[in-house]
Design a protein around this ligand. Structure first.
Ligand code: IVH
Length: 689
């Protein structure tokens, strides 16, 4: 769509006024009336209108001005602090690179591709290696003195490694962890929480006389006064050597690329890492790397011609909090969920978002009817970040917390941050049994929702272990339960007794573990006894288990201890490997070490491979669930994961493989069809009994 079509001449003045207000708030104290995407779209529409009607351009238009003309300052910059031009797609990026080539008359010798950090630009002046003054960007020509905040900024050392005179330029931001901590500190002081990390960084940098301190992080991306470096990449290395923090310390490290194709690949790579980075990025910056190319290209009044920002869709959007729902999970956890006025974030309509737990709602100071910032990135579950307190009308209502379990009406245990029904798992016994009997857990055919409800209502099943004590008579006493169904169900239950450890562990529905984590824990410990004996420190040795999850798993297992004792007595969960018919070679038996702990088999045709499976499986793999294919990968010595990344070494792509295949091909990852893959792991392709 042509942006110029979006504005009529009547709308133009309004649009300029809205943009000016938003820019003033954004570059002022960081509060904002528009999301980044809305601001960018508005600025583009204004620029398009102005191009078509140059005679109507208003003086207060943000077009072509650093900070949209909103920010000011009283300390002149030594060299203007410029902004960046934006492109919004790979195509626009390629066009920009081509136009730079035309301007230069040659292709730049190299490019540097780095994250566009979502914070505020600052200039830090050092004399003889000592930090003297810190300034905001302001209007690009003069900034505001914020030296008083320097002590709170990580990565901006008071003294550099060498006694140089230099001005470091870079971005100050709140990492995600710093943002969460900042809001905890603020609400503890009765202050309004920050709506998102960028707003928090802006508010913190300009604040004076606060009774509390908030830590920020600096990333250097430029310097004035060093002068000898012949490339931007070398300059960044020098800045890091001087002791400044740079993006080289992160997964999204700046990379020199030789061609525009390589640039595009690195842009996609950094974009793909976005959700996992511990700080926000709003794009990827592409710069001609060589100083000679930069000098030849020169700069305009607002932005250099040798660099461009490939903007990424905003992850934060503003919408309204309409309600809060309280759902009881399988384990009895009572979790609040925000009902939102639907909002599109990065192409996905978001109508619900997690609110974590009641303490989190209080920490964020949310009220019903609030305009809120919602965050969604990659596969992350959308979450409500914080309210826009300045926009309250007075009609907002407090959020009412439940006083009894919304499912069964029993009391709520509010002792932990996550509230739980006092009946715990038993509040959701039917759901727990259905889950445990599911195909990827104990695979008990015939124990679906109808049967589970019958068994629980008849009082025959009060926990999972009871399933294994069911008698023929008991089952026959149930309505619509004939002899054949009964025998089939009893046979399925008998088979479930010998399911391997990972399946039994998964069936327990231990909070913090799912199918793949259960496989890893089972492979690591080898027996239920060893898992139960593990303390948090031992558990944390399993890949993907941090200290917090380790503690949670330990307390879950303790809570399940009576059930686990009963299951052990009934002989459930004592097998270590898959029940299998080897075709043709036998599975290597797990080796028990001195402590009796079985080791996962090492080696195998997939040793060292990181494998992702996508699309529908055909041939010998057709009958396997995704979990079973993942189990197969691990039996064959590989590591199964669900998303394609730089670390992926093999993609198994079945029919209708979509974006994962495209990404794998782009990253040069080996791709096999299901049949080829089945042949590769034939020795481990075992048929479950
Ligand atoms: S280079 C002359 N590199 O984005 C060079 N800027 O939208 C101009 N930013 O004003 C800046 N990460 O505040 C550059 N790696 C990066 C950046 C970056 C974030 C900010 C900076 C700039 C704004 C433009």
């Amino acid at each position: 769509m042509n942006n110029a079509d979006l504005l009529s001449s009547g709308d133009y003045a309004d649009a300029v006024a809205t943009a000016a207000r938003a820019a003033a708030a954004y570059y002022g104290d960081g509060t904002t009336t528009l999301g980044d995407d809305e601001y960018d779209a508005l600025a583009r529409a204004i620029a398009a209108y102005e191009q078509a009607h140059p005679e109507e351009v208003l003086a207060e238009s943000p077009t072509g001005k650093v900070a949209g003309g909103a920010a000011e300052g009283d300390v002149p910059h030594s060299v203007p602090m410029l902004s960046l031009d934006n492109v919004f797609s790979g195509e626009e990026l390629a066009d920009w690179a081509a136009s730079l080539e035309r301007r230069l008359g040659w292709a730049p010798a190299g490019w540097c591709v780095e994250p566009k950090l979502d914070g505020l630009a600052v200039a830090a002046r050092y004399e003889a290696g000592a930090l003297r003054r810190v300034l905001t960007r302001g209007n690009g020509l003069a900034g505001e003195d914020i030296t008083h905040t320097a002590g709170d900024v990580l990565g901006l050392p008071a003294r550099l490694a060498e006694p140089v005179d230099v001005e470091l330029r870079g971005e100050v931001l709140l990492t995600r962890a710093q943002f969460e901590l900042a809001n905890e500190i603020r609400t503890a002081h009765g202050a309004v929480p920050f709506a998102n990390p960028r707003n928090g960084a802006a508010g913190t940098l300009r604040a004076k006389d606060r009774p509390y301190r908030i830590e920020l992080t600096f990333f250097a991306y430029d310097a004035v006064g060093l002068g000898e470096e012949s490339t931007h990449s070398a300059l960044l290395e020098r800045l890091a050597a001087l002791g400044a923090n740079t993006a080289a310390s992160t997964a999204a490290a700046p990379l020199r690329c030789g061609t525009v194709e390589e640039v595009q690949r690195r842009v996609e790579e950094i974009a793909g890492m976005r959700a996992a980075l511990p700080f926000g990025i709003d794009g990827v910056v592409v710069k001609a790397d060589d100083a000679a190319d930069q000098a030849q290209a020169g700069s305009g009044s607002r932005a250099p011609r040798w660099a461009v920002a490939r903007k990424l869709a905003a992850e934060h959007k503003v919408t309204r909090l309409l309600g809060v729902e309280w759902a009881v999970g399988r384990t009895g956890v009572i979790a609040p969920r925000a009902v939102l006025e639907p909002v599109v974030i990065d192409g996905v309509t978001v109508s619900f978002a997690t609110l974590h737990n009641p303490a989190d709602i209080e920490r964020r100071g949310l009220m019903l009817g609030d305009r809120v910032f919602v965050y969604r990135a990659g596969d992350v579950i959308p979450r409500v970040e914080a309210p826009l307190v300045e926009e309250r009308t007075g009609d907002e209502q407090p959020i009412v917390f439940p006083t009894a379990c919304p499912r069964c009406g029993e009391a709520i245990d509010t002792g932990e941050q996550r509230w739980r029904c006092v009946r715990g798992r038993n509040c959701q016994l039917v759901a727990s049994i259905i889950y445990a009997a599911g195909r990827d857990q104990l695979d008990i055919e015939g124990l679906g929702s109808t049967r589970a409800v019958q068994l629980v209502e008849a009082g025959l099943v009060r926990d999972l272990a009871d399933v294994f004590t069911l008698t023929r008579e008991q089952l026959l006493s149930l309505e619509r339960m004939g002899a054949t169904s009964t025998d089939n169900l009893l046979a399925a239950i008998a088979a479930a007794r010998t399911r391997p450890l990972n399946r039994v562990l998964c069936a327990l529905g231990v909070r913090g573990t799912g199918r793949s984590m259960s496989r890893r824990i089972a492979a690591h410990f080898g027996s239920m006894a060893a898992i139960r004996a593990a303390d948090a420190g031992t558990l944390a040795a399993v890949e993907g288990i941090g200290p917090e999850k380790a503690r949670l798993v330990v307390s879950e297992l303790a809570e399940l201890s009576a059930l686990l004792d009963r299951l052990a007595e009934l002989g459930v969960g004592t097998r270590v490997t898959e029940p299998v018919l080897p075709v043709p070679a036998p599975v290597p038996a797990p080796v028990a070490d001195a402590a009796g702990v079985a080791q996962a088999p090492a080696g195998g045709p997939l040793a060292g491979e990181a494998v992702v499976v996508t699309g529908s499986m055909t041939g010998p793999l057709a009958a396997l669930s995704r979990n079973e294919v993942n189990e197969l990968i691990e039996r064959a010595g590989g590591k199964a994961s669900s998303s394609v990344s730089k670390r992926t070494t093999l993609l198994v792509a079945g029919e209708k493989a979509g974006s994962k295949r495209a990404k794998a091909e782009e990253l040069g990852v080996r791709v096999l069809g299901p049949e080829e893959f089945a042949a590769l792991v034939a020795d481990h392709l075992l048929v479950a009994v």
